[in-house]
Design a protein around this ligand. Structure first.
Ligand SMILES: Cc1ncc(COP(=O)(O)O)c(C=O)c1O
Length: 392
């Protein structure tokens, strides 16, 4: 039977960038101890009070179909969080609850793009971006953010890509994989290009609780942007609720109404007991979010000390999110070759920069998602290995 081109082509025919990760998992399955610094998942689990609320809600009977746009309480809480952080008036009618940020990215592109239209995204990028765009039958076009510009995308590069015709731009700050937080100049430039070229801006802000340096600015708050911005948020990273699959889109009321129709015909919403738990978690306030983020803040500081004591590996400014992007070009290897060699020689798994696009070639991404001691030991080994290669 024929399978639709759309589904068969989601990965675009190339590698999906997970080769090193899968090789590491294969080694683990064979009983080899591998230090995994690959995926963006906390080394803590969802906090007990949130789980207790999930249990309470389920026992109270919230196990039936929930309201498709999301339960009113949670939509109100998300709206209040966004309004408090951005100053942009936001009500529940600006919010739809989705099964995680990933479903929100799919829904946002469904709203912005018709089949065959071009959707822009910034390279380096979170691994699913091009596939998400292809999933809605749109055509992904990447815009490089250059290592030389500390991975802050430049307005002129985005404008050049938009001039060839595009309907949307997807940005992500704090950024996965680079750990960069977009500064005001970058975001003003992005806003200007979106307005000049009539682009939807899809702003993936799932790491907004993990900012170590600078300030998280939501582009929806910039002048004239609220009507063309769809903000993607999630409980995954802020509350260590990756498995609960609860996220949202914040955007203009009219778009949210259409997205409710999409949800009615696809996901049919998010379980009520998950939403009650998310609502409870969000209501605990920023302190709880800071607690969840704390291990990454701490490990980042320790990592900066380790990296300062050598001169082979250089760190891309690590301003936010749970990753470090390391430039290993001094070794003469590609990110792919370095990651494979490190895995073979020292059983340490990191993600090649090339898994996140060509702009991150010659880099590796290190997830700060294991305990401090093992993390620092692995980082020291990585640096020593890079120095050996560079001396050869
Ligand atoms: C940049 C970015 N966006 C979105 C997601 C999706 O997160 P979730 O679907 O768990 O909310 C992730 C997950 O790693 C991510 O790194």
């Amino acid at each position: 039977m024929k399978i639709s081109h759309r589904i068969a082509n989601i990965n675009g025919g190339g590698s999906d960038g997970w080769d090193v990760f899968l090789k590491a998992r294969g080694m683990i399955a064979e009983g080899i101890a591998v230090t995994e610094l690959t995926i963006g998942e906390h080394d803590i689990r969802t906090a007990s009070p949130i789980l207790q609320e999930m249990h309470r809600s389920a026992m109270a009977g919230h196990t039936g179909y929930a309201m498709v746009p999301g339960i009113d309480d949670l939509r109100d809480t998300v709206a209040a969080r966004v309004q408090a952080r951005t100053g942009v008036p936001t009500t529940r009618d600006n919010v739809i609850i989705t099964p995680g940020g990933q479903a929100a990215l799919f829904a946002a592109h469904s709203a912005a793009c018709d089949p065959g239209e071009t959707a822009l995204y910034i390279d380096p990028y979170y691994a699913t971006y091009p596939g998400t765009i292809r999933s809605v039958s749109a055509v992904p076009r990447s815009v490089p953010a250059h290592a030389e510009n500390a991975f802050q995308p430049r307005a002129k590069d985005i404008a050049a890509a938009a001039e060839k015709g595009a309907v949307s731009l997807l940005v992500n700050s704090p950024n996965n994989p680079t750990g960069v937080v977009y500064n005001r100049e970058t975001l003003d430039g992005i806003a200007q290009v979106c307005k000049a070229h009539d682009l939807w801006l899809i702003s993936d802000e799932v790491y907004d609780s993990q900012v170590w340096e600078g300030e998280h600015i939501s582009p929806r708050a910039l002048p004239g942007m609220a009507e063309r911005t769809l903000v993607v948020g999630s409980m995954s990273k802020s509350h260590a609720m990756t498995g609960s699959r609860c996220g949202w889109i914040v955007g203009p009321e009219e778009v949210i109404a259409h997205l409710v129709n999409l949800a009615t015909n696809t996901t049919y919403g998010v379980p009520g007991y998950i939403q009650d738990a998310a609502n409870f978690g969000l209501k605990q306030g920023a302190e709880v979010e800071a607690e969840v983020a704390e291990p990454f803040r701490r490990r980042r500081e320790k990592a900066i000390d380790v990296l300062a004591s050598q001169n082979t590996v250089t760190l891309v400014p690590a301003q936010g999110a749970m990753y470090l992007m390391l430039n290993i070009r001094a070794t003469g290897l590609s990110g792919d070759d370095f990651a494979n060699a490190l895995l073979d020689a020292h059983h340490i798994a990191v993600m090649p920069g090339e898994s996140f696009g060509q702009a991150a070639a010659g880099h590796v991404r290190v997830a700060m998602t294991i305990d401090d001691e093992r993390f620092i030991a692995a980082l020291k080994t990585l640096c020593a290995f890079a120095a050996e290669l560079a001396d050869k």
